[in-house]
Design a protein around this ligand. Structure first.
Ligand code: GLN
Length: 254
């Protein structure tokens, strides 16, 4: 299963956040330690999204190659500084295409989104749920993958005015109801706050000194990391973290 990371805090260069730590996202691409049976390495592409200082719309860099092969990104990452970053390395689920557009982060407007996991029984299990989306939203999915559909479901709720944590909680509960056994670690930010779910996959958080880091696996061995319990929803700003159980009742809502 893919690995993902989000950061909110003081301006940092992308290399410091994604490439340099002892168990960085780069290292998690070829030597992850907590994949829980969902693949072995994350070599099917990667992506990083960041908000330039003062900007509310993010910039993305995505490629369908292993992150460790992309020297252009390594050089770029030393020069780009941001106080809000969302990045992921991908292990494509069997049967899903290895293409740039299937790599997180998915984006729309001010949002960046990632999914770490798999929808069980794809695509039949979620066909009825997907059919409730407007046809144009299905026709314009970025890729024919479970993650792209999850993003469409989340974005549909955001566009209707839902908060990010409500949208993630509701979509997670809905998908879990029709596709039990799915692994649904979702992660979203608008550059000032973030929300994340832990559903049958690893997730850790560290907050302090005016910054928050959420990652599939801790990026170092410092003492501040906390594991997010299974079936929980996390919301955070650069200085606050709140973790609550995912409300099952949201599964019933449209
Ligand atoms: N199932 C998704 C995909 O193939 C996510 C991959 C993952 O978490 N391994 O893109």
């Amino acid at each position: 299963m893919c690995r993902h990371l989000a950061y909110l805090g003081p301006l940092r260069d992308l290399a410091t956040l994604l490439l340099d730590p002892p168990h960085s996202l780069l290292r998690q691409s070829y030597a992850p330690v907590d994949m829980r049976g969902g693949g072995t390495i994350n070599a099917d592409g990667f992506g990083a999204g960041w908000y330039p200082d003062g900007a509310t719309t993010p910039i993305r860099y995505r490629r369908a190659v292993p992150i460790w092969t992309d020297s252009a990104f390594a050089a770029l990452a030393r020069e780009v500084r941001s106080g809000a970053v969302l990045a992921a390395v991908r292990s494509a689920t069997v049967g899903m295409p290895v293409v740039e557009t299937a790599c997180a982060p998915f984006a729309a407007g001010r949002w960046l989104f990632s999914h770490n996991g798999v929808v069980a029984g794809w695509p039949d299990s979620v066909a009825a749920l997907a059919s409730r989306l407007p046809v144009t939203e299905l026709l314009t999915l970025e890729a024919p993958t479970d993650s792209a559909l999850l993003w469409a479901l989340v974005h549909h709720r955001l566009a209707a005015g839902a908060s990010p944590h409500y949208a993630l909680g509701a979509v997670t509960a809905q998908v879990h109801a029709c596709a039990p056994g799915s692994r649904l670690n979702l992660l979203i930010t608008d550059g000032t706050e973030l929300a994340a779910t832990a559903v049958h996959h690893a997730l850790a958080v560290r907050v302090g000194d005016g910054e928050v880091l959420v990652c599939s696996e801790p990026t170092d061995q410092s003492s501040g990391w906390e594991s997010v319990p299974d079936c929980h929803l996390l919301t955070a700003t650069s200085s606050t973290v709140d973790v609550v159980p995912i409300p099952a009742t949201t599964a019933e809502e449209p």
